[in-house]
Design a protein around this ligand. Sequence first.
Ligand code: FE2
Length: 386
Amino acid sequence: MSKELKSVDYGLEKIFEGAQDFLPLLGTDYVEFYVGNAKQAAHYYKTAFGFQSYAYKGLETGSRDTVSYVLKQDKIKLVLSSPLNSESAINEHIVKHGDGVKVIALWVDDARSAYDETLKRGATPYMSPTVEKDEFGEVVRSGIRTYGDTVHIFVERKNYKGVFLPGFVSWQSDYNPKPTGLKYIDHMVGNVGWGEMDTWVKWYEDIMGFENFLSFDDKQIHTEYSALMSKVMSNGNGRVKFPINEPAEGAKKSQIEEYLDFYEGPGVQHLALATDDIIETIKQLRARGVEFLPPPPQAYYDEIPKRLGAHKHLLKEDLNDLQQLSILVDADEEGYLLQIFTKPVEDRPTLFYEIIQRMGARGFGAGNFKALFEAIEREQANRGTL
Ligand code: FE2
């Protein structure tokens, strides 16, 4: 291969032909977390990850039940919401799951059609099409339920010029730490229960017109102790990718099982955030206190040239820099990728983040699964949950 590899957002191409386009998705709109203390969580995402203050609603804006902080970094929008009283429906979610993802919102051109088309195919409704208005125009949102208590909300904002959504005001803050180079959400992974992966694969195929674009079975994803299975679902234009994991039998407890125990059911396991300079991004994140999984052994780095194969001479990064920051490297036919995983970002061992830089590769780091899962197992052993 002679072409030079560049960091790419491969989401802009169509990755398979013939995908049903009854649900055209323009991309991820926002991800909403239900958390115990949104004010403090917002501080963490600003300080540690470099997210920028973007929008707000709360008592000052007339929202009596819920407070929400919206944070933005390039294309990524996170919403952190907390209840303001015991009546709010958010409480139930937090009591059961701890802090976690409630909404994966998808940007569409027509939220009514998205709702009608998915309901027609068997989706369970969450929110019928709702028009919200203010002086900047109107937004239409609708929503359906997916695995666990997680939901998809379809956001139609073509007639809206305000910040975020009606009801929110621009959030001006004197505290504005610099961004860390995070650009967009590459993929979002769901953990589902024993034997439920294929049910949800079919759900994404039937209800949302996604296709299964990569699969890993427990023979590929296992260590001495534990195993899992994973299938990657993608929408037609490749902008939205949802890998789905289920636990598999092993000598000890699968990390997916640990998640299901502590989240008390299926939910979002990790968000993969893309950067085009992972070395600089990880230096920043480490300096700001983000905790990553412990490094793989020396042998892992010794084997990297072999793993890169034909792409070896295209590796732009210094292997010593990668090793020093514990960044993992994998390759497929089309290029290579660099990735690293945080520890869980809340006290329950549930949601974590992946930081990823794609240099042509479209995979998900299958060559790193063993090293990654061994690192997770060492953490599980420390928690007494292996
Ligand atoms: Fe991932």
